[in-house]
Design a protein around this ligand. Structure first.
Ligand code: UDP
Length: 384
């Protein structure tokens, strides 16, 4: 089966990193079509996954756009659609990996008469999307997609609540390569030294810098923790959240935490950095659709504390394989951080258990098998 994957982004967010693992087994008979150029294209090339950039101009529709603003972007969408339709005729199936990819993929599926699979990496709720965008996504998926793969039960439930057909959806979690997260002690020591953090209790936050990812919550919590607790913020503002970045820097200065917070920007050495942390904090203030960083933290053998909402609740069982705190509550987070600092033995046991269970539950081999079976099963149904 020849697959045409579509993704709107030029930057590697969680959905894009997941796509690399999904497209890899199909790389001798697939193409990834992006709607904008950027570092994600190079990353696909590094993995020898064929990739092309369809659009020359970024599409200006945002998650919050209304119908009027959406219609205004038709001028950009039509040339892109024509390109995608032409290309899709050489493939058996269109696999849309993002919202805008769904819009183009649905129309391309209609014009090229190719079936459509939609991988849903979002929670279609009012916290994340305007009403118009939710309606468009659900209407197009219901009308054109033969299969909707949701990245968590939380994403699936939100899709159905927004009017999505339950009988076309199924849940498949993201897959990971557990061996990538086995880092030796000398690498960890070297990295801690490079960062000037030896002897500190390091709390890592791994996410793009965006208000709903809640880096400000961690900074507020840090001010309530003992002085040996230091935070590293790993990630960049991927989608233009520069005002938030400025606010974070101002907050650090206002709280006198200049020596206890390090902004490391976007990094490719996530497993090494996670292994160098004593605790990893996930602080999203809106429900997280899945939360790749939570699983990665588990695979690294580092204790993880996550905001209790959305997909995070399917990944973490409080006190068993991690800790859960109320979203947007820095005081509760500070308490967990301080407890982990004091009771290292208990949190280490929890982290070891998490590492063992996550490496089975999220092994990319099993996850890819699930996707391949779904596509095969669904191919048989289409041919009937
Ligand atoms: N990530 C990365 N470099 C960074 C920060 C984050 O490679 O500097 C990765 C992180 O390891 C995770 C992904 O970006 O795999 C983020 O996925 P997640 O599901 O946590 O959030 P999303 O970006 O999808 O909202």
């Amino acid at each position: 089966m020849k697959l045409l994957f579509l993704d709107q982004s030029g930057k590697p967010g969680g959905a894009e990193l997941c796509l690399i693992d999904i497209a890899k087994p199909y790389r001798d008979r697939s193409l990834v079509g992006l709607f904008v150029d950027g570092p994600f294209k190079s990353l696909l090339e590094q993995h020898q996954i064929p990739v092309t950039v369809f659009a020359t101009q970024p599409i200006t529709v945002r998650k919050s756009s209304n119908l009027f603003q959406g219609l205004g972007s038709l001028k950009q969408l039509i040339p892109l659609l024509i390109e995608v339709v032409k290309t899709a005729r050489n493939y058996d199936l269109i696999y849309a990996n993002t919202q805008k990819a769904l819009v183009i993929g649905a129309l391309a599926s209609f014009f090229s008469r190719r079936p459509l699979v939609y991988h849903l990496h979002d929670i279609l709720s009012k916290e994340h999307f305007s009403k118009t965008n939710r309606q468009i996504a659900v209407t197009l998926a219901n009308r054109f997609a033969s299969l909707v793969i949701a990245n968590s039960q939380a994403s699936q439930t939100a899709f159905v609540t927004a009017g999505g057909k339950p009988n076309i959806t199924t849940v498949v979690y993201n897959g990971f390569h557990p061996q990538t997260y086995q880092i030796d002690a000398s690498t960890v020591q070297e990295l801690q030294q490079q960062l000037g953090l030896q002897g500190q209790f390091i709390v890592g936050h791994f996410s793009r810098l965006a208000p709903w990812k809640g880096q400000h919550i961690l900074i507020t919590a840090l001010a309530q923790c003992p002085p040996e607790v230091t935070a590293i913020l790993v990630g960049d503002a991927l989608f233009g959240e520069q005002d938030y970045v400025q606010q974070l820097h101002q907050q650090v200065v206002a709280l006198g935490l200049e020596n206890r917070v390090k902004f490391l920007g976007f990094r490719a050495d996530i497993p090494q950095l996670m292994a160098a942390c004593n605790l990893i904090a996930h602080t999203s203030t809106s429900p997280e659709p899945f939360g790749r960083v939570i699983v990665e933290a588990m695979l690294s053998g580092t204790p993880v504390v996550a905001a209790k909402a959305g997909g995070a609740m399917e990944l973490v069982e409080h006190g068993v394989n991690g800790f859960l705190v109320t979203p947007g509550e820095p005081q509760e987070l500070a308490q967990v951080i301080t407890t982990c600092l004091m009771e290292t033995e208990n949190s280490k046991n929890i982290a070891n258990h998490a590492r063992f269970t996550a490496s089975q539950r999220f092994d990319v081999k099993n996850i890819n098998q699930q996707i391949s079976q779904l596509l095969k099963q669904w191919e048989i149904n289409i041919q009937k």
